[in-house]
Design a protein around this ligand. Structure first.
Ligand SMILES: CC(C)(COP(=O)([O-])OP(=O)([O-])OC[C@H]1O[C@@H](n2cnc3c(N)ncnc32)[C@H](O)[C@@H]1OP(=O)([O-])[O-])[C@@H](O)C(=O)NCCC(=O)NCCSC(=O)C[C@@](C)(O)CC(=O)[O-]
Ligand SMILES: NC(=O)C1=CN([C@@H]2O[C@H](COP(=O)(O)OP(=O)(O)OC[C@H]3O[C@@H](n4cnc5c(N)ncnc54)[C@H](O)[C@@H]3O)[C@@H](O)[C@H]2O)C=CC1
Length: 415
């Protein structure tokens, strides 16, 4: 069967329509030059001039909690989608990804300058009123099952912090949380005139919005022409250990994870700055990397744990037509399901990069993609692609479109 990446874009769209991932109107949306009408764009940002387009594609072969997924990605970086698909296929053949999600709420901070002597009795006295104000500030949130869950007060040297835990229901929650915080802050300032309100804002540290994904990969899925699967597994574990002791390597290890994470977060209309901030806030001196790899029970075992305050409604998720399309391709996941999916994508991106790095190096795969693109651009069809790639690989000095055309003509004459 022709592989997705060997098809033309038109064939690919047809194939995904046949598989039920896309409707005719999705295809029309994808084929319009600007999938974002100016009427929406000009309401999303200020001083709007036009749209900035990015390629949008899908990674395939994802089996997550025994369910098949196509993963929409928006990215400008070549090989991110191929890498995620490549690793996902190895994981799927070994049983797939398992995910776990803890989605308990976002923290909001109301910060005053000064000192609050009797914080416990203040909280006891005002707790119910604060809960009522929070509910009134965003009444629809309660209808969606969200709202203020908990309040703590922390005294610092010259500051008092009211820390509110708010369940944003299905939203990412920045706006709903900030609305509640400002209403509560106003009330608190009235009750505490001796303090000076400094700010009220959600925290992008999200220790209560955590997604974990794991995969147990059979050694045979890792083998290359140079190394056995077991050797590759050992080398991936060594790479993971080195990242734990080298901050310089940890940064790159993590970047490889964020390749797929950010591409998927962006495609679904979620806030990428929020996710970058939350993910990196989850790291510390003792935990430099977002994932770890070990050998256990004759398998390579990967684990990833990410702070992922994602939403399935609200903000640009509900406004951008392309984000809505991405959510349809993902079969309309809940926010918690989306968190698990994104964690699995992060682990897949990491596995692909590490496997390439500890075997043939990163450039060989990148050049392979380049040659594949040249062959496809020259018009090569399924079984014609491999011989042209082989030729271009063997003649890197003349690996250009004109020569890909010549080789294709020759190949067809020789048939
Ligand atoms: C590049 C590949 C995938 C080539 O991989 P390959 O070995 O040439 O692939 P293959 O031809 O054997 O195909 C195997 C599978 O790969 C996928 N695949 C293969 N080709 C395509 C394609 N054109 N489009 C879409 N998917 C593709 C596809 O799933 C395919 O299965 P199939 O569908 O055929 O049954 C591999 O070498 C790889 O995974 N390399 C890693 C690339 C990577 O991580 N890139 C990210 C950018 S580098 C970076 O930013 C971060 C880094 C690396 O520094 C992080 C770190 O240091 O940790
Ligand atoms: N520090 C940060 O990260 C900040 C981020 N932002 C931005 O805030 C936006 C996200 O804010 P949100 O509050 O998530 O979006 P939002 O402002 O669109 O609010 C969510 C809306 O969805 C509605 N809704 C419908 N069904 C719901 C359900 N099942 N659960 C919850 N709400 C439901 C709510 O009533 C509400 O009106 C993003 O655009 C983000 O970039 C804004 C300020 C700060």
């Amino acid at each position: 069967m022709t592989k997705l990446y060997e098809m033309t874009t038109a064939q690919r769209l047809k194939q995904l329509e046949m598989e039920g991932y896309l409707t005719q109107s999705d295809i029309e949306l994808l084929q319009t030059n600007s999938a974002l009408p100016a009427t929406i764009g000009s309401h999303l940002v200020e001083n709007y001039l036009g749209n900035f387009a990015l390629p949008f594609g899908v990674a395939n072969h994802f089996l997550i909690n025994q369910q098949d997924y196509l993963i929409p990605m928006a990215t400008e970086e070549p090989s991110v989608i191929a890498a995620a698909s490549n690793a996902a296929q190895r994981v799927a053949r070994s049983g797939g990804f398992q995910t776990q999600v803890f989605r308990n709420g976002l923290q909001g901070q109301i910060v005053f300058q000064g000192h609050l002597k009797d914080k416990t009795s203040f909280l006891q006295q005002h707790h119910n009123q604060i809960m009522t104000i929070a509910d009134q500030a965003h009444p629809t949130l309660q209808q969606h099952g969200g709202g203020l869950k908990d309040i703590n007060i922390n005294n610092y040297k010259d500051f008092v912090e009211f820390n509110l835990l708010i369940n944003p229901a299905e939203a990412m929650g920045a706006n709903v949380v900030n609305t509640i915080l400002e209403a509560v802050a106003h009330y608190l300032q009235q009750q505490l005139p001796q303090l000076d309100l400094l700010m009220a804002i959600l925290s992008n540290q999200a220790p209560q919005q955590i997604a974990s994904a794991s995969a147990q990969i059979d050694f045979e899925q890792l083998a290359t022409s140079q190394y056995s699967g077991y050797q590759v597994a050992q080398r991936i574990v060594a790479a993971s250990e080195f990242a734990q002791i080298s901050a310089a390597r940890a940064a790159t290890h993590n970047k490889g994870i964020m390749n797929g994470v950010i591409a998927t977060v962006l495609a679904t209309g979620n806030d990428t700055r929020n996710i970058n901030a939350a993910v990196y806030a989850g790291l510390n001196q003792n935990q430099k990397t977002l994932s770890e790899w070990q050998i256990h029970d004759q398998k390579l075992v990967g684990n990833i744990r990410l702070s992922l305050p994602l939403g399935s409604v609200g903000g640009a998720i509900s406004t951008l037509p392309m984000a809505q399309l991405a959510m349809r391709i993902l079969q309309q996941p809940s926010a918690a399901q989306l968190m698990g999916i994104v964690a699995a994508v992060g682990l897949a991106s990491n596995l692909a990069a590490l496997r390439a790095l500890v075997t043939q190096g990163i450039q060989a795969g990148h050049m392979n993609l380049q040659w594949q693109s040249l062959a496809i651009m020259a018009g090569a069809k399924a079984d014609e692609i491999a011989p042209i790639v082989t030729y271009l690989k063997a003649h890197p000095q003349v690996a250009n479109l004109a020569n890909a055309h010549k080789q294709l003509e020759q190949l067809r004459k020789d048939k």
